[in-house]
Design a protein around this ligand. Structure first.
Ligand SMILES: NC(=O)C1=CN([C@@H]2O[C@H](COP(=O)(O)OP(=O)(O)OC[C@H]3O[C@@H](n4cnc5c(N)ncnc54)[C@H](OP(=O)(O)O)[C@@H]3O)[C@@H](O)[C@H]2O)[C@@H](O)CC1
Ligand SMILES: Nc1ncnc2c1ncn2[C@@H]1O[C@H](COP(=O)(O)OP(=O)(O)O)[C@@H](O)[C@H]1O
Ligand SMILES: [K+]
Length: 510
């Protein structure tokens, strides 16, 4: 399943129509069939269904749906459409004419009292006002219509995207229909899943409209992570293997103020299958960590006031070659000692994973990222802004653009852009995670993610696949946990514990 911009979706429609010679009305008929399935799930034939049709092909989908419902015996279907016939899109005109010949009532009014009465009588409202063609803010009567509907708490199914939501950014264009469910056609649109649009679209389902698979496969867009994809990416464990088969990791981090971050990262790596784990840490937290961690080795380095001292990089230098790869950054602070360690690691030939403070430090020395060995970066929006030297608002408004521009400047980087919907990408491939929830919006969950990544990368040495697995399993854990616990009470350590069940579930699919 993909997530594509409205521009790409329009191009896919064009290719289907012009190059595959599939008439637009055929696509529209399939769109209507797809939406009807979701009406059938919630409505009996005697339910009162009101379909709001706008001026474009989204409205056309609505008219086509009206015919299908009537044909199938739905007794009380009506259309609300204030668009004069001559102003409708080409394909909408065809279905508007068909709806007319089926004697489906088409109601037109600018009287809000009348509109309110109409909504009051409806069991289900279909939103076919605007789809991917919304081009400006909603004003005037449409604004009043939408606000009125929103006050009535009806079961609303939006076609393609909740009307009023910008398909690419998820922004509200003046106002937006509060849908119960959105049937997105062919692919997800960013506006279906990005806040605040996601909050308006309700439950989003993607339905096929007989778009040729070839067109979908060739289109630009993020692949959406799901169980099957991630099960296929999950590193396999072999009977004939030993600890050396699953990676020798060096994890560098921690400080007197933040040893918890390092401990959670390490525990998550151990629970995600790493072969052997050595933790390099400032000597002042050695005793604390020794008490917390039993399954890993500890390598204390010189310390100054609870942080790595500048000497620590020199001490570590000759030992780096003992490891397959390095994870660096969790809880280590941004001092000179930490800086020297990040430089040491990035100037080595070892694959590495950078998290937390290491991302801040490398933002000051982007030249260190010009390296051949695989490098995985795990920024949240603010860290992405350090890395890319772009404003935080730029990152938040169009993360894909910022991330892709950033990647172009470097070699072998895999990037995990962490947010409500995390993106995992390199120069060639891009995946989006839609799982997870706000129980993860707590200090420590990023450290757990980094540890999971460490464990998975150690096993597969495949940066992109291990990054996808870590992100998805981490998020699925949160979704599983909220079934029994409240969002407030889920802690980062619970994610580590739950990961065992999710790994097992995914492995059973392999
Ligand atoms: N073959 C296909 O292409 C298929 C497409 N499909 C469906 O088509 C949808 C895309 O259709 P679409 O491109 O016609 O756009 P749509 O969202 O209906 O609106 C455009 C109209 O709205 C108007 N308008 C815009 N903003 C406005 C505002 N603020 N306030 C008032 N008016 C405003 C705009 O006016 P204009 O900007 O031209 O002045 C234009 O008249 C897509 O989401 C899917 O549902 C499926 O049937 C499968 C096959
Ligand atoms: N509202 C949310 N919905 C889903 N995932 C979230 C949400 N908020 C945060 N996350 C996830 O939680 C993690 C937070 O990481 P980060 O900000 O680095 O936290 P920390 O460094 O404090 O551990 C990321 O994986 C992010 O994608
Ligand atoms: K719509």
């Amino acid at each position: 399943m993909k997530i594509v911009t409205t521009k790409t979706m329009k191009e896919m429609d064009r290719i289907a129509m012009e190059e595959y010679h599939i008439p637009g009305v055929v696509l529209m008929e399939h769109a209507a069939m797809a939406v009807k399935k979701h009406v059938d799930l919630v409505a009996d034939k005697n339910k009162h269904i009101v379909i709001l049709c706008g001026p474009g092909n989204n409205g056309g989908d609505g008219f086509a749906l009206a015919r299908l419902l009537k044909q199938d015996g739905y007794e009380q279907v009506m259309i609300f459409c204030n668009v004069p016939f001559e102003k409708m899109s080409h394909d909408e005109k065809i279905y508007a004419a068909i709806a007319g010949s089926y004697h489906i009532p088409i109601y037109q009014s600018e009287d809000l009292k009348e509109v309110k009465k109409m909504f009051a009588s409806a069991d289900i409202v279909i939103d076919a006002l605007f789809g991917t063609g919304l081009s400006r803010n909603i004003e005037g009567f449409y604004d009043q219509l939408i606000l009125t509907l929103n006050t009535m708490h009806k079961y609303v199914i939006s076609i393609d995207i909740a009307s009023g939501i910008n398909g690419d950014s998820g922004a509200i264009m003046g106002c937006g229909i509060q849908a119960t469910k959105t049937v997105s056609l062919v692919c997800y649109k960013p506006g279906n899943v990005m806040y605040p649009g996601s909050a308006y679209c309700g439950d989003v389902v993607v339905e096929d409209i007989a778009m040729p698979q070839e067109i979908i496969a060739k289109s630009n867009g993020n692949e959406v992570m799901d169980d099957d994809l991630i099960a296929s990416f999950l590193p396999k464990r072999q009977a004939h293997s030993n600890k050396g088969s699953y990676g020798k990791a060096l994890m560098i981090g921690g400080s007197m103020r933040m040893h918890g971050a390092l401990a959670m990262c390490a525990k998550a790596a151990l629970s995600s299958g790493i072969g052997t784990l050595t933790i390099a840490l400032p000597s002042s937290i050695h005793a604390i960590m020794a008490g917390k961690m039993e399954e890993c080795m500890l390598l204390p380095l010189s310390d100054e006031d609870g942080y790595f001292s500048e000497k620590s990089a020199e001490e570590l230098k000759d030992q780096l070659d003992l490891f397959d790869f390095v994870t660096i950054g969790n809880g280590m602070g941004r001092g000179k000692g930490a800086n020297a360690l990040v430089e040491l690691v990035l100037k080595s030939n070892l694959p590495c994973i950078l998290d937390g403070d290491a991302l801040y430090l490398v933002g000051k020395h982007p030249e260190w990222l010009k390296r051949k060995a695989p490098t995985i970066l795990t920024p949240h929006p603010k860290e992405m802004s350090y890395l890319s030297a772009r404003k935080l608002d730029d990152v938040l408004n169009d993360p894909m653009e910022v991330v892709q521009t950033f990647l172009k400047g470097y070699g072998n980087i895999t990037l995990i852009y962490k947010n409500e919907h995390t993106i995992v990408c390199n120069k060639a491939f891009s995946y989006m995670n839609l799982a997870g929830n706000n129980a993860l919006a707590k200090g420590g969950s990023g450290d757990v993610l980094c540890g999971m990544l460490c464990g998975l990368y150690g096993q597969s040495k495949d940066a992109l696949k291990s990054a996808c697995c870590a992100v998805y399993v981490h998020a699925r854990c949160a979704d599983e946990l909220i079934k029994a616990k409240d969002y407030n009470a889920i802690l980062a350590k619970d994610i580590i514990e739950e990961s065992s069940h999710i790994y097992k579930e995914l492995r059973n699919r392999q």
